[in-house]
Design a protein around this ligand. Sequence first.
Ligand code: GDP
Length: 295
Amino acid sequence: MLSLIERGGDLARRVGELTFAPSRAVDHVVGITGAPGAGKSTLTDRLIGAARADGGQVGVLAIDPSSPFSGGAILGDRIRMQGHALDEGVFIRSMATRGSQGGLALAAPEAIRVLAAVGMNLVLVETVGVGQVEVEVAGEADTTLVVVTPGWGDSVQASKAGLLEVADIFVVNKADRDGAAETRRDLENMLDINPAMGDWRPPVLLTSAATGAGIDALWSAVIEHRAHLEATGDLAIRRDRRLVDEMGRILVHLVERDVRALEGSEGFEAVKAELLGRRLDPYQAAARLLETGRS
Ligand code: GDP
């Protein structure tokens, strides 16, 4: 079903319709984002373990920014999550961003609904926090973990503000290395002066995904954030907003498709001739084409 969703078309629509049911909503969508090499996959593997210990079924979408043909990073993900390869309560799937031209931002929410429909309680969405698509996909989470490593931050002052906006929980991974305490202090200082903060102050937690240190506390924070969202009503608000955002993206996609279909048509050529004859300015010409498209 995930492959159908990725491919698009009539069958994808059928899957989408069947899996769109309020009763099928997933309990918790958790996004894990951060720079390549920060330890997201290793951390995801640990979180799968924690969720399984609690008895939940876990779906993982690993959003892969590399080429679908290189296979390298996809293979890496799978290897690092291999501890759960034979566990029937876990389903792991990579989706590649390259070449999808925003298609992934459209496919991800549907993919999450498919995983929910087959009984996953928890969906982990792992993204590399760089491009627009990854940020949009990260926005599909109820709870977003931003993973950094010791020493991080000295070089990326500019992107800190953006991270503050998306982070519900900060994870300083590789805390077995020097500088973790400083990185935590740095983040806490940032949070102290953040004017936009609501009634949830993102905790800053130290983990070592490689050894498992700090994972229990992280899992507790994830569950606590979920409870907070529920108690404040923010869970419903976030999910409603995501649905409206998703509709907006689909609308843009459909309009773009219609516009491309217009190109080369008789009407398009006629308006183009008017434009090139300087009888219509570009705005008038575009408005005329929009009319043509509607009629
Ligand atoms: P991703 O690219 O963010 O998914 O990072 P990976 O999970 O693939 O990890 C990148 C490398 O960092 C791997 O070699 C991991 O074994 C290593 N790594 C992950 N977590 C830790 C940690 O807590 N401590 C140390 N020292 N290494 C880690």
